[in-house]
Ligand binder design. Structure first.
Ligand code: CTP
Length: 424
């Protein structure tokens, strides 16, 4: 029996794929099709698949051409598979000519002519693009606009305050303006992704999310960490019980780059520490321990009392069975790590943990330690844009960051703004 193996993403399955599969099958008696996993695709720069791995597998299965379907998850897997399944022929389309010659050592390599005039990329591009404008200026908008280029199905469109011509808007204005900017955009029928915190009081946050719901619009927090692959995996591993029950979550986020010391009178235009770093620092706390904390104590060192501008703040949460702490600051510098303490072991994420591409599971017995590496492109911003575009397209809020988490972030910031802290 001649076994043939082939690989592909098979996003939005089209007749080019079907013709390839038919010809691959005809090369032998038994066809194994490797469908690339979402993670593997991301690691090789393909972040725009419209369909999930499960949907893509189902589509390949439905052709009835494959005798067996496997998942391709890592670089170098092809050699493993060829050996494991005893494949006699490896085949792919002619767009790959030469790229897989190295497999000749293990089996016969055949490049089949690619079907002209069709590809998943073209099918994805045919869908109307989501035009996203930006509000606010500076570095954040520039980064967001740059990252949009890497995401299929979205395009940047410059807009003025009328927001004409855009379907959605990225809000990165001063936090004091978020409420007005977000409300204005929602009233104009635009979907919104807003730098967290979306509002500075719980009442206003509730009002905005109710407005979005009423108008069937997407409103999400922009916290890039929430959308990165490594961070999502970290949450799953931490919740899987591998480190036992979680008893403490401790993190720090600090930066001196914004020049708050030199700002002088300009401090008014800058974000204070609790707004700039609070949302990111509270993210793993609320996502791992929930939002039903018993108490939250805030200790702060103010740079300017009148403006409520904190240079350094420490948040201490007590939950029923766990505690958490976050140190944040724009006028202090410390190691930006995240440690999740469990009853059986802990997870360590080195600085800067909010740009996670790597984490470690550590145990009493170091031979049990595990390291996890992931690819992080564009600081996670492009994954956030992909997630936002998908939410808009499907009309569903995202599972990355639920509303209770966004609301609790706003709650803590409101508590701070009401002066409920201990000053040092
Ligand atoms: N293929 C083909 N003819 C096409 C498109 C794809 O023969 N018109 C083949 C590819 O060479 C590959 C397999 O189908 O062997 C799976 O390709 P995949 O990368 O999933 O599809 P593309 O349409 O090329 O996707 P993209 O546009 O995202 O690169």
């Amino acid at each position: 029996m001649v076994k043939v193996i082939t690989y592909g993403t098979y996003d939005l399955l089209h007749y080019g794929h079907i013709r390839l599969l038919e010809r691959a099958k005809a090369l032998g008696d038994y066809l194994i099709v490797g469908v690339t996993s979402d993670d593997y695709d991301k690691s090789r720069g393909k972040i725009n698949n419209q369909q999930s791995l499960m949907e893509r597998i189902a589509a390949v299965k439905a052709t009835g051409i494959a005798d067996e379907i496997i998942v391709e998850e890592y670089e170098g897997q092809k050699i493993d598979d060829i050996r494991r399944y005893g494949a006699d022929i490896f085949t792919v389309g002619s767009d790959w000519v030469g790229k897989f010659d190295y497999l000749n050592e293990y089996c016969k390599v055949v490049y089949l002519p690619r079907t002209e005039g069709i590809s998943s990329s073209e099918l994805r591009a045919e869908k109307r693009k989501l035009a996203i404008g930006t509000i606010g200026n500076g570095l954040l908008c520039q980064k967001f606009i740059r990252e949009m280029q890497f995401v299929n199905g979205v395009e940047y469109r410059a807009c003025d305050s009328s927001l004409e011509g855009v379907d959605a808007v990225y809000v990165a204005s001063h936090p004091e303006r978020h409420y007005d900017d977000v409300r204005g955009a929602l009233l104009k029928g635009k979907h919104v992704i807003c730098e967290s915190p979306v509002a500075l009081s719980a009442a206003r946050y509730r009002e905005l999310s109710a407005l979005a719901r009423e108008k069937s619009l997407i409103l999400i927090d922009s916290i890039k960490t929430a959308y990165s692959t490594a961070y999502s995996r970290l949450l799953l591993v931490a919740k899987s019980g591998r480190i036992g029950e979680i008893v403490s979550v401790d993190c720090a986020c600090t930066s001196l780059a914004d020049g708050v010391f030199e700002a002088g009178k300009d401090l008014r235009s800058k974000q204070n520490s609790i707004c700039a770093w609070g949302p990111t620092a509270m993210l793993p706390i609320f996502q791992l321990l929930g939002t039903e904390y018993r108490s939250c104590r805030i200790v702060t060192r103010l740079l300017n009392r009148e403006l409520g501008f904190d240079g350094f703040t420490k948040l201490d949460f007590v939950f029923d069975k766990a505690v958490a702490s976050a140190r944040i600051g724009k006028a202090a510098k410390t190691e930006g790590e995240l440690v999740i303490t469990g009853t059986k072991g802990y997870i360590y994420v080195p600085a800067p943990w909010w740009k996670t591409d790597y984490f470690e599971l550590r145990f009493e017995d170091p031979t049990q330690n595990q390291r996890h590496f992931y690819q992080l492109d564009g600081e996670g911003i492009r994954y956030e844009i992909v997630a936002f575009a998908k939410a808009v397209e499907s009309g569903k809020q995202l599972f990355y960051l639920d509303e209770s988490c966004s609301r609790s972030i706003v709650d803590v910031i409101e508590t701070f703004r009401n002066g409920n802290y201990t000053e040092i």
